[in-house]
Every structure is written in C-alpha cells, then in structure tokens.
Design a protein around this ligand. Structure first.
Ligand SMILES: [Zn+2]
Length: 144
C-alpha cells in the first residue's frame, strides 16, 4: 500500500523550491491577490494575522521592517520634527479637578496649558493649535 502522507512529504522535500516558486507566482498574479485578500478579510484569516503578529517570527519581521524604515530619510525628518525643542512652561496653574484626565497642550513652542483630554482631542490634524486656541480662550479667558 502506498503511504499517501509520506508520498506527499517526499514530493514536497524533493520539490520545495519549485513549490515555493509556484506559490509565489500565484500570490503575485491577479487571481492570487484576490484570493489572498479575501482570505485575509475572513475570520480565519484575521485570526491567523493576529497569531502571526504576536508570534516571535511575526514580531521579528515587524522589527526588521521598522528598522529598515528608520534608515530612511522620511523617518529622520519625522523624528527631527518630533524632537524640536519645545519649551514646557505652564502658563496657568491646572484649574481642573484631579479626577479629570488632563493633557498639556502647547499654545506655542514654549508655553503649555492644561486641557481635559477630550477637549484637547476635539481638533486633531493640521490646524490643531489654531482650533484648540478657541477652546483655550473660552476656558482661560472667559471669552465667549
Ligand atoms: Zn495640543
């Protein structure tokens, strides 16, 4: 009797490179990409992705990608922007109760003021400072 399992194993071992190459070609084809995407979006695929990203191998691969990104000019510029030397001078004492989650918002590059987290996060993005200034005025200057 032919041992099917063993037969497949032997075939795989003998043709590993060929099989990997074929699967790679398929994954890069239009049909392969669609199948792969469908799988990634399925419950099974999502669980697999989570398992992979939490595994030793997955984490190593993420780290490798991160390290590679950190060699790029794009990363270095982003980092320089983050590290701009902002001052940290508290303009007014924090008026909020200790039960409030407070964040410190830079009204300019030197001065910060305390703002409740949800108000601080109300305007994010490009005009964060300008728009948040309206909230700051209302709270600190009673400007309605
Ligand atoms: Zn802010």
């Amino acid at each position: 009797m032919v041992d099917i399992k063993n037969y497949h194993k032997q075939y795989y071992l003998k043709n590993t490179n060929k099989i990997l190459q074929e699967s790679k070609t398929y994954q890069q084809s239009k049909k392969g990409k669609i199948t792969l995407r469908r799988y990634d979006q399925s419950e099974k695929g999502k669980i697999r992705t989570i398992r992979y990203t939490q595994s030793k191998k997955g984490r190593a691969s993420q780290k490798r990608r991160r390290d590679m990104y950190r060699q790029t000019k794009k990363w270095k510029i982003a980092k320089a922007k983050r590290n701009r030397n902002f001052g940290w001078i508290l303009m007014f004492p924090n008026p909020f109760a200790t039960s409030e989650i407070v964040e410190y918002h830079h009204i300019n590059d030197a001065y910060v003021i305390a703002l409740p987290k949800d108000l601080h996060h109300q305007y994010m993005g490009k005009f964060h400072r300008e728009k948040t200034m309206e909230i700051v005025k209302q709270i600190y200057l009673g400007d309605n």
